[in-house]
Structures are given as structure tokens and as C-alpha cells.
Design a protein around this ligand. Structure first.
Ligand SMILES: [Zn+2]
Length: 67
């Protein structure tokens, strides 16, 4: 299934393909949620960051990337 987390920096939505089980875990309140790297071990670090810091890969590059 596809879930669409929003980047709080550029307000864009990113489509992320996950299993139903992964989606259930990702939608848990933060204190109850397992570490994102445990839920999505096979996704890009940039995608995981979208769930951790709510920053999309584009904004991540703009902020932290080399030119
Ligand atoms: Zn963004």
C-alpha cells in the first residue's frame, strides 16, 4: 500500500510504498512506535528521515547536502 507522509518544510507529500503491517506501525503515536529503521530497514535513509524528522529527501539535501 501507499502512504503519503508530508514534509513539514516544503509541505509536499511523498508517496511511500509499505506493507500494511509497516503502515500500522508507522501510524502509531511516537512514544509507542518502534524505531523507524526497524520498521523500514529496506527503505532509503531519506525516506526514513521523512518519518523521523518529517523532512523529505529534497529538503534534507538543501539543508545538509553539499551544493
Ligand atoms: Zn521537503
Amino acid at each position: 500500500m501507499i502512504i503519503r507522509p508530508m514534509c513539514i518544510f516544503c509541505k509536499c507529500y511523498k508517496d511511500v510504498e509499505v506493507t500494511e503491517e509497516q503502515a500500522d506501525l508507522l501510524l502509531l503515536p511516537r512514544p509507542l512506535r518502534p524505531p523507524v529503521q526497524d520498521i523500514l530497514p529496506d527503505h532509503d535513509a531519506g525516506i526514513r528521515e521523512l518519518f523521523i524528522s518529517q523532512m523529505c529527501p529534497d529538503c534534507w539535501n538543501d539543508t545538509f547536502g553539499d551544493e
